[in-house]
Ligand binder design. Structure first.
Ligand SMILES: Nc1ncnc2c1ncn2[C@@H]1O[C@H](COP(=O)(O)OP(=O)(O)O)[C@@H](O)[C@H]1O
Ligand SMILES: [Mg+2]
Length: 243
């Protein structure tokens, strides 16, 4: 059996049901996870984690000689299974979006470890040139998701759902995703990044689109959302000076 000490320690402290721990350990075994590692920027009752969400604990983990991220469903999660999320991540991967999926079971997703920072943190240190590159890449990722009709649905909070490593952006957390051709990831992201109010938006605006007329941008986003074609997407990029 693998070494799942960090999870077992958490479970002892928060009193997970025995049945929960058995299920998770079974999934970890089936997925070939040899070890959960106490590592990361988040501390939870003496255990280090890559992250902690509403529904999950995210551990650094080892499979053979390789390290990955293991997203483990919490005992108090509002969703009974991570399977749908695993499926949507696989779909996102098909258009080169998201951390690379290794495999998943109902209680565990094994994926590429993104040893980076949140978009929020990145914004505080990145140069305007680098940030523009990251946002351009992100918009193209959103465009590819729009083309296959996969709505992430939480890009209205990109601060928490985009991680950056080596100036490359990764859209994470497909737990709320859905197949919906009417929702546009491009529009959601842009509305959140530059149309909204707040320090985050002010900083993005100062680095991209400072010269853009807000009304023109609003119309252009709306037009893209209605047409969702290459032409209106490229026009949007052009307006932002990201073409
Ligand atoms: N592949 C990954 N590599 C590194 N850290 C990750 C990875 N996936 C998630 N995390 C970290 O874990 C946190 C919670 O993950 P998330 O998928 O948002 O969980 P939840 O669906 O429970 O909200 C993220 O904010 C991030 O810090
Ligand atoms: Mg989430």
């Amino acid at each position: 059996m693998g070494n799942y000490e960090p999870l077992i320690r958490i479970c002892q402290r928060i009193n997970c049901p025995e049945s929960y721990l058995r299920l998770v350990i079974n999934d970890l075994e089936v997925l070939g996870v040899n070890e959960l590692v106490s590592y990361g920027n988040v501390e939870f009752i003496g255990v280090r984690l890559l992250g902690k969400g509403q529904n999950s604990f995210v551990f650094k983990c080892r499979v053979g000689d390789e390290y990955y991220a293991c997203k483990v469903r919490r005992p108090d999660a509002s969703r009974p299974s991570l399977s749908r999320e695993g499926e949507y991540l696989r779909l996102a991967n098909s258009v080169a979006v998201g951390p690379r999926l290794i495999n998943y079971m109902g209680n565990v997703i094994v994926m590429e470890l993104i040893n980076g920072v949140s978009l929020q943190q990145y914004l505080e240190v990145a140069s305007p040139v680098k940030l523009r590159g990251v946002i351009k890449d992100l918009l193209w990722q959103c465009r590819r998701l729009d083309i296959i009709g996969l709505a992430h649905n939480e890009l209205s909070r990109p601060q928490d759902h985009v991680m950056v490593v080596n100036d490359k952006a990764y859209i994470i957390d497909f737990e709320s995703a859905s197949l919906n051709k009417r929702v546009s990831n491009v529009s959601q992201l842009l509305n959140a990044l530059i149309m909204g109010r707040g320090q985050f938006q002010d900083r993005v605006r100062s680095m991209i689109g400072a010269h853009v007329n807000p009304e023109e941008l609003r119309l252009s986003i709306r037009e893209y959302k209605a047409r969702r074609d290459d032409e209106s997407f490229l026009r949007l990029l052009e307006l932002l000076g990201l073409k």
